[in-house]
Design a protein around this ligand. Structure first.
Ligand code: ADP
Length: 208
């Protein structure tokens, strides 16, 4: 198990995946909460069986995978169904993340999550890194990445934590307005600082 669990968050298009790759390039193990949420409902999982039993098999695509778009539509205007789904999935996602973090052997390990602060996942981490860009950059980069229109990107941003709230939770802020090279430089600096902090933790853990 790593000595320190570090959360990495930011709004859509802020550069979480790019920052995660920069830490991984330094040998740091990282898990993406969105990816974990997809893995717990892969075909053959008990969660997918429970979802198909609850909503009917029309919630599955022809190849047996979950029809996420349809599920999103069902729960969008139905708080009771949303609550049912969250009660099923949240503990499973949490277990999946914990098991990854427990197996990680890098000096510290990263939990990457867009909803770190509002989902309560922040309680699973000991430090928080926020990737920050102006909202106009978030919109431009997400539109370029996903070929989404501006209105859709802005509605997703409106459903996420406010920039100020996220920044208040930060121990480290990465300003990702510049180039990818500047992002890597900031990651290198935070990495050095975190390595120093894990060494301090080790020292403190030694018997007196
Ligand atoms: P997130 O994971 O937070 O949604 P991404 O890491 O996918 O964001 O970044 C959004 C888009 O912007 C991606 O296409 C990514 O390649 C690009 N990107 C991220 N950081 C930079 C940067 N510093 N300069 C240019 N493009 C960037």
């Amino acid at each position: 198990m790593s000595n320190l669990i570090v959360g990495l968050t930011g709004g859509i298009g802020s550069g979480k995946s790019a920052a995660m790759a920069a830490f991984q390039a330094l040998g740091i193990e990282a898990i993406d909460a969105d990816q974990a949420a997809r893995e717990v409902v892969e075909p053959g999982t008990p969660a997918l069986t429970a979802i198909a039993d609850h909503f009917g098999s029309q919630i599955l695509l022809a190849d047996g995978r979950l029809n996420r778009a349809q599920l999103r539509e069902i729960i969008f205007n139905n708080p009771a169904e949303k609550a049912w789904l969250e009660a099923l999935l949240h503990p499973l996602i949490r277990e999946h993340i914990v098991s990854f973090l427990q197996k990680a052997v890098s000096p510290y390990a990263l939990l990457v999550s867009p909803l770190l602060v509002e989902s309560g996942q922040v309680n699973m981490v000991e430090r928080v890194i926020v990737v920050d860009v102006p909202e106009s950059t978030q919109v431009a980069r997400t539109m370029a990445r996903d070929q989404n229109d501006e209105a859709l990107v802005k509605s997703i941003m409106a459903s996420q934590t406010k920039r100020e709230t996220r920044l208040q939770a930060a121990d480290f802020v990465i300003n990702n307005s510049g180039s990818l090279q500047e992002l890597q430089q900031q990651v290198n600096q935070i990495h050095t600082e975190l390595l120093a902090q894990t060494r301090d933790t080790n020292t403190n853990r030694e018997p007196k």
